[in-house]
Write a protein that binds this ligand. Structure first.
Ligand code: DER
Length: 231
């Protein structure tokens, strides 16, 4: 599809920043899937890299394609992580977590010297929040945690419906780390940093999908070609 072609174009451009010897974080989602596909082709041609996957899905894909894998325990500092995003704000703040991998993605992004985001151009927005913000929570006292999240969000000027994420078959979605996800339809996030800080203070919130000061390069593929933005 045209959308998949754009994602693949952005993924291909990201390979220009990959060098032999690098320790890479491998992102999660449909755009990152294209990157792992294309990376595997370069590995087959002799590129020497090792990948730390950000989800079981990416690990399985990379393993099946012969990309050498390692754990973050083996390589606590990575050179570069390439990952997708659900929304990319003006200051490169992101909403991530549409694919449910936000916790491992944020740990890996934090461990990397540089984070490159690959996306089709539609992900670039003037203000974050049209995409519901994923919030990863433990499965103890979720009704009470919901109330705490609402209070924290109000303190940051946000309010909106929280929806417990379910799989297509209707069962509650469980992340790779065994947690639940509440998707928050805040519609508009005027102050992502404040909202991020308030949410992180809520007992029971493990992580949220606001990635602030992590992405330093954004590769967008649109109808008019590929654009590389540096922060
Ligand atoms: O879940 C995630 O964080 C993914 O990276 C998501 O944000 C982007 O997924 P996509 O490339 O399938 O749009």
């Amino acid at each position: 599809s045209p959308a998949e072609a754009l994602k693949r174009e952005a993924a291909a451009r990201a390979l220009d920043y990959v060098r032999s010897g690098m320790k890479l974080g491998l992102g999660t989602g449909s755009t990152a899937k294209h990157f792992v596909d294309l990376l595997a082709q370069r590995v087959a041609q002799g590129l020497e890299v090792v990948g730390v996957p950000t989800s079981e899905a990416t690990r399985a894909q990379a393993e099946s394609l012969g990309v050498p894998l390692a754990t973050l325990d083996e390589h606590p500092v990575l050179d570069l992580v390439i990952d997708g995003a659900d929304e990319i704000g003006p200051d490169f703040s992101l909403i991530k977590g549409g694919g449910g991998a936000l916790l491992r993605e944020k740990i890996v992004a934090t461990a990397a010297q540089q984070m490159i985001v690959i996306a089709d151009a539609s992900k670039k927005v003037a203000r974050l929040g049209t995409f519901p913000l994923p919030i990863e929570v433990v499965d103890f006292g979720v009704a009470a945690i919901r109330r705490s999240i609402d209070k924290a969000a109000r303190a940051a000027g946000c309010q909106g419906l929280l929806t417990l994420r379910r799989r297509p078959d209707g069962h509650v979605f469980v992340t790779d780390q065994g947690h639940l996800i509440l998707d928050a339809a805040y519609l508009s996030i005027s102050d992502p940093a404040t909202l991020a800080a308030r949410l992180s203070e809520v007992p029971g919130v493990v992580e949220h999908g606001l990635f602030i000061n992590l992405a330093s390069r954004v590769i967008l593929a649109g109808a008019d070609g590929v654009t590389v933005l540096d922060r």
